[in-house]
Ligand binder design. Structure first.
Ligand code: IPE
Ligand code: IPE
Ligand code: MG
Length: 241
């Protein structure tokens, strides 16, 4: 087992869960088999993150761009989401998991939206770990909607009233701290419209492991990689010693 500094665990880890389709195809299975297998990775990663003391785990589950996939895959993904949330809800609740979503959940099929709302309501008092599902999510839409919300609700009198802090307070993530670590699986080195505002100073970890194979050990490797980084935030190395 790799050694970890338990006093330097990221408070918030975000993951772009990628590679389900290619993982399934490599075994001659269809893409939905890959997505279904990815649910076990979610379970394992959530459990491991909680044990390690991570307070927020954000998982990119469905992007606005993913609506361009074949309808059969979209339907399969939505069914999987509903089934996973419904069957895991008691276990999530009993394990102190608070569920939240980011993204436009109004744009999800009604049954999917309702199962999310119910799960959010049931788990809202839990304090063990917050699981944030990014659903129908686009970072550019998030920022655009924040600007629209500021115009509508804050009615700024002067342009100086619009500050980064004000914009942050109008994002989907308004009550969620920025992630310290972003992981992307499956060997793709891009961020695909995910949390563009929030990852300004996030450490990025890319792994070739496809999401259905991702387990606690891979999470530990990512955290270890994070712990070996020097986070300078624009300063010199000497300044932060
Ligand atoms: C990630 O796996 C899951 C979603 C985007 C919903 P993919 O479905 O993107 O798998 P690949 O990248 O095609 O292998
Ligand atoms: C990003 O994966 C979205 C999710 C993981 C939900 P994609 O597979 O959709 O991203 P691209 O198209 O390869 O950039
Ligand atoms: Mg992909």
């Amino acid at each position: 087992m790799l050694s970890l500094d338990l006093l330097n665990i990221p408070n918030h880890i975000a993951i772009i869960m990628d590679g389900n389709g290619r993982w399934a195809k490599a075994q001659g299975k269809d893409r939905l088999f890959g997505h279904a297998s990815g649910v076990e990775s979610v379970r394992d990663t959530l459990k491991a993150a909680k044990e390690l003391g991570v307070k927020f785990l954000t998982l990119y589950a469905f992007s606005t761009e993913n609506w361009s996939r074949p309808q059969m895959e979209i339907d399969g993904l939505m069914d999987l989401l509903i089934n996973a949330i419904t069957s895991e809800l008691d276990s999530l609740d009993n394990n102190g998991v608070r569920l939240m979503t980011i993204g436009e959940i109004d744009g999800l099929p009604e049954n999917c939206k309702q199962s999310m709302i119910q799960a959010i309501e049931k788990t809202k008092e839990n304090t063990g770990i917050t699981l944030v599902l990014a659903l129908n999510y686009s970072a550019r839409i998030e920022i655009t909607k924040a600007v629209q919300s500021i115009l509508l609700h804050e009615k700024p009198a002067n342009e100086e009233d619009i500050t980064p802090e004000l914009i942050s307070r109008h994002l989907f993530t308004k009550n969620i701290p920025d992630p310290e670590l972003l992981i992307r699986t499956s060997g793709e080195n891009r961020v695909s419209n995910f949390m563009l505002w929030q990852i300004a100073y996030t450490e990025l970890h890319f792994t070739s492991v496809c999401w259905p194979d991702f387990r606690k050990d891979h999470l530990v490797v990512a955290i270890q990689d994070y712990q070996n980084r020097e986070r300078r935030f624009g300063k010199t190395s000497e300044q932060i010693q």
